[in-house]
Design a protein around this ligand. Sequence first.
Ligand code: 5GP
Ligand code: MN
Length: 349
Amino acid sequence: MNFEDIKAVQNLLSKPQKIVVVPHKNPDGDAIGSTLALCFYLQSIQQEATVIVPNDFPKFLKWMPGNEQILNFEKHNTQSKEKLQEATLLFTLDFNHLGRTGQMEELLKNLQVPFIMIDHHQNPEDYAHVTYSDVAMSSTCEMVYNFIEYLGGKDEITPEIANCLYTGIMTDTGSFKYPSTTSRTHKIVADLIEKGANNTRIHNLVFDTNTPSRLHILGCALKNMVILEEYGTAYITLSQEELDRYDFKKGDTEGVVNYGLTLDGIRFAVIFIENKEEGIIKISFRSEGDFSVNEFARMYFEGGGHKNAAGGKSNLPMKETITRFIDCLDENKEALLKVAKQVESGDNF
Ligand code: 5GP
Ligand code: MN
């Protein structure tokens, strides 16, 4: 954040505001962790602040401190709308364009109050009064830590804030293994543990919470995996019928896409998940090395995200979606093979 932006934020926070903090639709650990942490911090400096999520999120995040304060736009619609209409300042966290808030988009677009964006996705939209965007950051939680530091509030980091920020950094870095994890990330995490983040317990609460439905869906997904060696690609499909059969619950497919990348020679992994209610196939893309799934998702599947992790959707049925996907792979064969060569020769080490 530059000096002018910090000044602008300080100026906004120098008077009492009614603040709403919003993450993206289908919020993950980073989205929930960053919004709750920021909300706690704003409350600690005597601001009124509320988190409103566009829709529900997985049970394995519901232990988080402040969870009971969260309004769900879908479930608490009237109350959420009232809060938004009364708001004098909006924070949008962990997403790069208002379309990522689903049903909240229209309302947010029509609000005539300043917005502050804190986000690490590529290609940020230009809607905010202050845009703190940095695609090199591991997570929005790491940015919220920086944001609090910029405002001189590091001493205000309570165990609640530390637990929330730790969670988001842990989930968005794949437990500190993705390339976005820097020495600074580790220093921040060390400081959060000193400030009261219970690292072992957070790992247990987020990752050791398997349910029969989750494991059955994982089994089905792995069985359905198709390996396309000629493209260095592995993809998984899950139909609505399969999800129903195994009693799918929100969050059950989280992380499943990553299994493809653990195969030797595979550097592009994709999962296609049918959602009959929304009439779409929701897609997650993951890559290793220089193949940009952000660009791939933007170009072909109305999506985006980061270089190595992105999402998108298809309005075609599953079979047609896969046919189209393979055509897209063919168009990108050269780029995919180049990555393969780099990985093999160790160029990107
Ligand atoms: P996931 O595959 O875990 O849902 O998402 C991977 C990354 O891509 C996350 O950072 C997520 O915010 C982003 N993402 C997921 N779906 C979409 C989408 O439809 N559009 C855009 N722009 N980003 C997405
Ligand atoms: Mn994130």
